[in-house]
Ligand binder design. Structure first.
Ligand code: SF4
Length: 348
């Protein structure tokens, strides 16, 4: 028998204004919108029966039209260092990953924006199985909620869009999710604690500059010249390095915000001092930071991290030449916390 009932919508798809519009259509008092938001975002309700200050008929209507979650936790892994990785499954069989990473002072959540990815960066497990589909705003927010629920004793203080997928390739859904994450009536995480990470989609960077949001922009650079970058990041053929750097300079200038460049150090490819020198040249004068990340061994990608000595001399070279540089500590290696690793294992 076919189910002809309309598909229920994730309540997190709707902004406060949109919930008010639904109430107006139902001829219900608009003040219930704030009550609903408060239950969903502040009081930890996980079903409509919990909305005890709403009249029962309205709860029934909500139940008939909306769901609380589109995603379910298929697997939860916890590392010795407290990193929690969730494999999340959608009803259509697609899966994605979300991770929470605690440090002494903060806990960052890392969420996915697409099921699979079109961009096929050579060092990334997420691109290995191709692109499936964009995630909805509700599915992006589900990840934040499920990370909160599955990281007991932790408060998510920061959020990064660095999981599977390219955020600017799903721009509208991601931006709507960011506004709900940032909104005082929503999850209420400060804009400066939200980072969007791109593989270098220039129109996305330009569009973000006009949003008037104080969020952090992080760009996957990973090479200091077109030749090496095109080898490991096919997107560089469409948006080559000089144009990308120009867009980043304009972004930093127009928004007054620092740009972070992610640079994965890969043995024998981009980790010698000649590369470090080129890197110093191309970021010169820009309000930018370089975040070095030793390559994470993804079996099927075949890239390895350089030696500890090589990593440190690369870092020191940049610092000595006046570049703001940080070196990312590896987290959750015992639970395959690098982007896409668990999903690949699950879909094998
Ligand atoms: S690094 Fe990002 S853009 Fe590149 S393949 Fe992985 S998920 Fe896609």
């Amino acid at each position: 028998m076919t189910d002809n009932s309309p598909r229920k919508i994730n309540i997190k798809e709707y902004s406060l204004e949109e919930v008010k519009q639904v109430l107006q259509k139902w001829q219900e008092p608009l003040y219930h919108a704030r009550q609903i938001f408060s239950w969903v975002y502040k009081k930890g309700a996980r079903d409509f029966a919990a909305l005890s200050d709403l009249p029962q008929p309205l709860r029934d209507k909500l139940e008939g039209h909306f769901t609380f979650f589109d995603l379910r936790v298929a697997e939860r892994l916890e590392s010795k260092d407290g990193t929690v990785k969730l494999l999340l499954a959608a009803a259509d069989g697609n899966s994605m990953e979300a991770v929470s990473i605690p440090t002494a002072k903060r806990t960052a959540g890392c969420v996915s924006t697409q099921a699979g990815c079109k961009f096929a960066c050579g060092f990334c497990a997420s691109g290995l199985r191709g692109f499936k589909r964009d995630l909805t705003t509700g599915e992006i927010l589900d990840q934040v909620f499920l990370l909160k629920d599955n990281s007991p004793g932790r408060v998510l203080t920061h959020l990064v869009f660095m999981g599977t997928g390219e955020p600017f390739d799903n721009y509208d859904n991601v931006m709507k999710a960011i506004r709900m994450i940032n909104a005082p009536e929503g999850i209420n995480i400060g804009a400066r604690r939200i980072t969007i990470s791109t593989c270098g989609i220039i129109p996305g960077i330009q569009r973000l500059a006009g949003e008037g949001l104080q969020i952090e922009l992080s760009v996957s650079l990973h090479a200091a010249d077109d030749q090496v970058r095109s080898r490991i990041m096919p997107v560089n053929r469409k948006y080559p390095l000089p144009a990308l750097l120009e867009a980043c300079r304009a972004y930093a200038k127009n928004t007054g915000r620092q740009v972070t460049f992610e640079y994965i150090l890969i043995r024998g490819l981009n980790s010698d001092l000649r590369c470090a020198r080129k890197l110093c040249t191309i970021v010169k004068g820009m309000n930018a930071k370089i975040n070095l990340i030793p390559a994470n061994a993804v079996g099927e990608c075949g890239f390895e991290a350089p030696s500890r000595e090589e990593i440190w001399s690369f870092r020191d070279f940049l610092a000595q030449h006046g570049v703001h540089v940080t070196l990312r500590r590896e987290r959750g290696t015992d639970i395959q916390a690098a982007c896409g690793q668990l999903r690949i294992k699950y879909e094998r």
